[in-house]
Design a binder for this molecule. Structure first.
Ligand code: OSB
Ligand code: MG
Length: 373
């Protein structure tokens, strides 16, 4: 069966509350969805997790759209719905960087391929669980008030989240962590700095050792693996890498050098679910725990992340939170937390679809593209 066309949907979805990190404040997700339409009229979906500006990583939504149109789709001439997803990944691989753009295209085509085979993404990847433990990522309050932070965390704890992650930055570091740990002495807790500290901050970050954290995520810049090695020698809390992990090779480097002992796997950041599984497999061989990161995904990206998080090496709760943590109205049927967990979709492919009226209501434009013959 032919792939009839690729449709790009530019979507703007307001967040229920601003999300402030060390790199900026997001008030909405301004994203692109990739839809691959088969000649039978069925569709596969991929959510591009690039943000609308290059603050988390070098990618951004308009850049991803440009790369998809100019460089990725032209490489897919002649594919059909029987083309193995591994071939699709390999055809796009010569385009360097832009993993989020490549992941979105790969996922849309993988989803369509799986739907035609009537197989779920979870089954294809080797999932072993039918629901996954969920954590929640808590931004820096725009008020910079610890009382406001405690109120927000209290809501998530009451909602049943199985792990709390606090965003930190220089100046918003030990005090908020001490306050949350003081109020919830046993809640699984971790922090994420999004690269905001420096090599000289070792003694400060060692102060976090008092709070029984699961991990410190990405304290130093993405390219500073050696800095993380030096830091790991100064702090007892395990170091986890997010932004630095771009491939199987960078994962192996980080683990072998001792820059990290825990890995955050984000499919967009590593170029898709196939590579995510390979990183998972390597970490399992090395005995390194992994967890599924998040990029404020809509239900489309979340569904696929839940399939990945159901693999056996995902032993820590992920940033796979319920729809209502992000959006008043998700693009899909909402994912609802049950006892701190979300269900792994069981339908073919990613197992969910956008609700057409909802998608139409938040779409700023759509563009239909043909694949080259
Ligand atoms: O560093 O993990 C991060 C969101 C956007 C960009 C980067 C990050 C995050 C989060 C939120 O921490 C995770 C989520 O709930 O989707
Ligand atoms: Mg992170």
């Amino acid at each position: 069966m032919r792939i009839d066309r690729i449709v790009l949907h530019r979507v703007r979805l307001p967040l229920v509350r601003p999300f402030r990190t060390s790199f900026g404040t997001e008030t909405a997700r301004d994203l692109v969805l990739v839809e691959a339409v088969g000649s039978d009229g069925r569709s596969g979906w991929g959510e591009c997790v690039a943000m609308d500006w290059p603050g988390y990583s070098p990618e951004y939504t308009d850049g991803a759209i440009d790369v998809i149109e100019r460089f990725l789709l032209p490489r897919l001439a002649g594919i059909d719905d029987a083309t193995d997803p591994v071939e699709i990944r390999d055809r796009m691989a010569p385009v360097l960087g832009h993993p989020m753009a490549r992941a979105a295209v790969e996922t849309a085509l993988l989803d369509l391929w799986l739907r035609h085979r009537d197989q779920s993404l979870a089954d294809y990847l080797g999932a072993v669980a039918d629901r996954v433990d969920c954590g929640v990522s808590v931004g820096i309050p725009t008020s910079e008030s610890i009382a406001d932070l405690l109120d927000e965390v209290a809501g998530y704890v009451a909602g049943g989240y199985r792990r709390i992650k606090l965003k930190i930055e220089p100046g918003w570091d030990l005090a908020p962590v001490a306050a949350v740990r003081g109020r919830w002495p046993t809640v699984p807790l971790q922090v994420d700095a999004n690269q905001a500290f420096q090599r000289s901050d070792g003694p400060l970050l060692a102060g976090l050792d008092d709070f029984d954290l699961l991990l410190i995520e990405q304290p130093l810049p993405e390219d500073d693996l050696y800095g993380h090695v030096l830091l790991a020698e100064q702090v007892r809390t395990p170091i986890c890498l997010d932004e630095s992990i771009l491939s199987v090779a960078s994962t192996e480097s980080a683990l072998s050098l001792g820059a990290a002992s825990i890995i955050n796997i984000k499919p967009g950041r590593v170029g898709g679910y196939l590579t995510s599984k390979e990183i998972h497999d390597l970490c399992q061989e090395r005995g390194a725990p992994v967890w599924c990161g998040g990029m404020l995904e809509t239900g489309i990206g979340r569904a696929a992340n839940l399939a990945l998080a159901a693999l056996p090496g995902f032993t820590l709760p992920g940033d796979t939170s319920a729809s209502d943590r992000y959006y008043a109205q998700d693009l899909t049927e909402p994912f609802v937390l049950e006892d701190g967990r979300l269900p792994v979709p069981t339908g073919p492919g990613i197992g969910v679809d956008p609700i057409p009226e909802v998608l139409a209501g938040v779409t700023t434009w759509r563009r239909e593209l043909a694949l080259p013959r």
